[in-house]
Design a protein around this ligand. Structure first.
Ligand code: NAD
Length: 477
């Protein structure tokens, strides 16, 4: 049981303004495993004021990138040493299978932090260009106070994709975790304090969406970085548009995995355990539309059904578990609703369905629908659970057309024996990232969405530029 009665504001553990409490419930046992104060608008005001002070008057933005990197290196070292604790905590909070957590909920965020810490040394912070009347210094300055709002599915990763580049840039941050997963943010706050990051540079206030909306609209905030649903992203983008403040929006997806005629089916199906079903299918970039050539459709359907039916579903803390419980009862019911919708739309249930694998905990049976047509809701809407839609196609152009026939444009993959040809097909997919015979996000390459999947990019040097203002200072020759 983890109990916190204070919020991390201005570098101190600060008494909350309100009396509300967020109870964190284990998705596996349905028992309360932690309590934290529920942030209010007054807490956000205090956090923004602290971040504002730290930005306008504190040392952080005035340090050199190398000095900031030194401080972040200390945080990264603590993170590296204690990442198992983080993995265990996120698994307890939201049900991510521990083997995935060790990588996706702990090692990967630490790698992102280390990547930006190292990038400080090689990034072009300032350059000289020849202007019409004389030389021009092009400088990069921190954008200011950043609101970082992130979801529960990969809380540390989605936070670190914002926090690490923002801090290297010299920004200060108010982070708002989701109420489902506040505990990992408190653990990170302890490490931030231990690393000696100056006061007010990072503030963490867990709260619900109304308080999140207050943060987005706050006049003290210079930039919003948001990961979450497309519906919330639209609202946040509209507020930022009205305020003329930059926003990075990482939103939903309905990505396609294209199996080409020559694909090694056994390897491909094995690859879907990660590409399509990582983190219980609660992954924005999960490839949940599986596109199979009509000539191999039956073969693919059989192999996919067999793999999915054989997944070990159970206690996420167990190292043998491949699919854990979903984050909340609400999410379990949402995914089950989509299973009903798929059946009503006439898709063929080839494995899984509405029988719950366990009586206790928010489990859903991993499910595959066959004979799905791309205009069905189960092919168009993000389900955010272990439910796959198998769609037949006729020829490569048809596969590309179906993959691109989506409101979203986040991820994707191509599975083939001819990697060079796979890359050519990947170039035709209108998404921010695409893999050949795999799907992975690397800290040094950009990640983000086309279309309804969002605006802007995180990770890579592109993800650092998002926290910088570019300024030209001209002078006489
Ligand atoms: P959500 O949009 O409901 O909430 C995300 C976060 O935003 C939470 O912290 C929530 O409290 C806050 N929020 C919601 N509405 C807000 C508003 N109007 N103003 C300010 N804050 C607001 O999403 P969720 O259900 O928590 O997460 C699942 C969604 O996140 C999925 O759609 C998934 O695809 C998306 N996601 C996207 C990525 C990506 O990088 N593209 C990564 C992970 C998750």
């Amino acid at each position: 049981m983890r109990e916190h009665d204070r919020l991390f504001i201005g570098g101190e553990w600060t008494a909350p303004a309100g009396t509300g409490v967020i109870e964190v419930v284990s998705p596996h046992t349905e028992e309360v495993i932690g309590r934290v104060p529920e942030g209010t608008e007054a807490d956000i005001d205090a956090a923004v004021a602290a971040a504002r002070r730290a930005f306008d008057h504190g040392p952080w933005p005035r340090l050199t990138p190398a000095e900031r990197a030194e401080a972040l290196g200390r945080l990264s070292a603590i993170y590296a040493e204690r990442q198992q604790e983080m993995a265990d905590l996120v698994t307890a909070e939201m049900g991510s299978p521990i083997l995935f957590s060790i990588f996706g909920q702990a090692a990967l965020p630490q790698m992102v932090l280390q990547y930006y810490t190292d990038l400080a040394a090689t990034f072009t912070w300032e350059e000289e260009r020849a202007g019409m009347l004389g030389p021009v210094a092009v400088t990069r300055e921190p954008v200011g106070v950043v609101a970082a709002i992130y979801p529960w599915n990969v809380p540390q990763f989605t936070l670190m994709m914002k926090l690490a580049p923002a801090l290297v840039a010299g920004c200060t941050v108010v982070a708002k975790p989701s109420p489902e997963t506040p505990l990992d943010g408190f653990l990170l706050a302890e490490w931030i304090k231990e690393a000696g990051i100056p006061e007010g540079v990072v503030n963490i206030v867990p709260a619900g969406r109304e308080v999140g909306a207050h943060l987005v609209a706050h006049p003290g905030v210079d930039k919003v970085a948001f990961t979450g649903s497309t519906a919330a992203g639209r609202k946040i983008g509209a507020v930022c548009g009205e305020r003329l403040r930059p926003a990075t929006l990482e939103l939903g997806g309905k990505s396609a995995a294209i199996i080409l005629e020559d694909a090694d089916l056994a390897a491909t199906i094995e690859g879907f355990k990660m590409a399509s079903l990582m983190n219980n299918g609660e992954a924005c970039a999960a490839q949940t539309r599986i596109l199979a050539p009509r000539g191999r459709y039956e073969e693919v359907a059989d192999a996919l059904a067999q793999m999915v039916a054989g997944l070990a579903v159970g206690d996420p803390a167990d190292y043998g578990t491949e699919i854990g419980p979903l984050v909340a009862r609400r999410q379990q019911e949402r995914v089950e609703d989509y299973i009903r919708i798929g059946q009503d739309e006439g898709a063929k249930l080839i494995t899984g369905g509405l029988t719950r694998p366990h009586d206790r905990g928010w489990y859903v049976a991993p499910t595959v629908f066959g004979e799905v047509s791309n205009d069905m809701r189960i092919a168009r809407e993000e389900i955010f659970g272990p439910v796959l839609a198998l769609i037949p196609y006729d020829g490569e152009d048809d596969a590309v057309r179906i993959a691109n026939d989506s409101d979203y444009g986040l991820g994707g993959s191509v599975w083939t024996a001819d990697v060079a040809h796979g890359v050519e097909v990947a170039r035709r997919i209108r998404t921010g990232s695409c893999g050949v015979n795999m799907y992975i996000l690397d800290p040094n390459t950009p990640f983000g969405g086309y279309k309804d999947s969002g605006l802007g990019r995180e990770l890579g040097p592109e993800g650092l530029s998002a926290y910088l203002e570019h300024k030209a200072i001209a002078r006489p020759a």
